[in-house]
Design a binder for this molecule. Structure first.
Ligand SMILES: [Zn+2]
Length: 60
């Protein structure tokens, strides 16, 4: 189940939409390139199926 979440890029501050797979586990972290500045960010997600509880990003 994918949920769309808006986050601000940790490097350039631009908002971007992420599709989070909420059935992929309670706590997830993965890398995603910002579509604006192309820098990699680490995304930390806490979720339950169908709902994102919290999300944070940190620049590499
Ligand atoms: Zn960026």
């Amino acid at each position: 189940m994918l949920e769309e979440v808006l986050v601000d890029c940790a490097a350039c501050g631009e908002p971007m939409a992420l599709d989070v797979d909420t059935t992929g586990g309670e706590e997830q972290s993965y890398f995603e390139d910002c579509p604006v500045c192309c820098r990699p960010m680490e995304i930390f997600v806490r979720c339950e199926p169908g709902r994102v509880l919290s999300i944070s990003v940190s620049a590499e």
